[in-house]
Design a protein around this ligand. Structure first.
Ligand SMILES: Nc1nc2c(c(=O)[nH]1)N[C@H]1C(S)=C(S)[C@@H](COP(=O)(O)O)O[C@H]1N2
Ligand SMILES: [Mo]
Length: 322
């Protein structure tokens, strides 16, 4: 059986623990590369974040780009959302089974004011903003997308994270009734992601509720998804139902599956290749009807947001903490 077939075994067919363990071993074998000391992993402690501040003006320069927008049709039909299938067109073709209202988000962990909030309450009092951000997938394609949403920091601050809140962990809904892809163990559901607290509080980190001025389509992570433009696309977790402030680096979906290939930080970095392919260039999904991909362009450190975010990683070995 090929790895791909193994990954597509529906969960209901995995009846005993041994089969499940075998599959884990298979995935681990896949992930085993040369022992390079790549340790962007959940059980090692990275250096503490530097104490840096950027001015609001510096931050604002990252909020927009004049680059050609990716067409709405392409943003909404070329997707990664494994809860709705592993093919790029699976999510947009899937029946609209996700119930996006009412939608609640549970916020807890190391904070003074935990709570379960209805999405509309979570966003109450915040003014929606438009941000034009690049999104670069680890697979080597990228888009330029006009998002609507609110700064993540403005939402997080309301829960008053305490001094032990060193990281923020995010979780996607995992309901097999609403998400057909959950029947396949392509990922250890639910999908999980995480940020260091200073990354989460950075002015560029954004919670999107829409794109192109319309509510987020199901395939793009309705009704609420993260957008972290300086990191590979998989950090931008979709359809969020839980946010937790935690002391230890949280486990994340892709790291859990292939720790050797996907580190916790996952900053876009042309100098650190994915073990199976180069990250030096990308193909922009640029938006002509006749051609999905434009010519290759160089990938920029931090996806072009170095002026805004490089200081967060001052003194860190980004090959080690990839
Ligand atoms: N819950 C969840 N979030 C997810 C994914 C996923 O499979 N499930 N895929 C990620 C990946 S790999 C990318 S590149 C982006 C794609 O976002 P888009 O489809 O809106 O362009 O979503 C990310 N967020
Ligand atoms: Mo991705």
């Amino acid at each position: 059986m090929s790895i791909r077939d193994a990954l597509r075994i529906p969960a209901r067919e995995i009846t005993d623990e041994a089969v499940y363990r075998d599959r884990r071993r298979l995935l681990q074998a896949l992930a085993l590369g040369p022992a390079l000391g790549l340790s962007g992993c959940a059980d090692a402690d990275p250096p503490p974040p530097p104490k840096v501040t950027i001015t609001p003006e510096q931050a604002r320069r990252g909020f927009r780009t004049d680059e050609t927008l990716t067409r709405y049709e392409d943003v909404t039909s070329y997707n990664n959302f494994y809860e709705f299938g592993t093919g790029k067109t699976d999510p947009s073709r899937a029946p609209k089974t996700l119930r996006t209202r009412p939608w609640s988000v549970q916020v807890g962990g190391e904070c003074a004011k935990p709570g379960t909030l209805d999405l509309d309450d979570l966003l109450k009092g915040l003014t929606p903003e438009e941000r034009v951000y690049r999104l670069r997938c680890v697979e080597g394609w990228s888009m330029v997308i006009p998002w609507t949403g609110v700064p993540l920091a403005d939402v997080l601050k309301r829960f008053e994270p305490n001094a032990k809140a060193k990281y923020v962990a995010f979780t996607t809904l995992a309901d097999p009734q609403q998400m057909p892809g959950i029947a396949y163990r392509s990922i250890e559901w639910p999908y999980k992601e995480g940020l260091r607290i200073d990354e989460a509080m950075h002015p560029l980190a954004f919670l999107a509720t829409g794109l192109y001025g319309k509510p987020l389509p199901q395939q793009n992570g309705a009704p609420l998804r993260l957008v972290v433009p300086w990191k590979y696309g998989f950090k931008s977790i979709k359809s969020i139902v839980e946010i937790r402030f935690v002391e230890r680096m949280p486990e994340t979906a892709w790291h859990e599956l292939q720790p050797h290939e996907y580190g916790f930080f996952s900053n876009v970095n042309p100098a650190v290749d994915h073990p199976r392919w180069s990250q030096k260039t990308e193909r922009r999904i640029s938006g002509t009807a006749s051609k999905l991909f434009a010519e290759r362009i160089p990938t920029l450190p931090f996806n072009g947001y170095a002026a805004q975010v490089a200081s967060l990683y001052a003194g860190m070995d980004l090959k080690k903490w990839f």
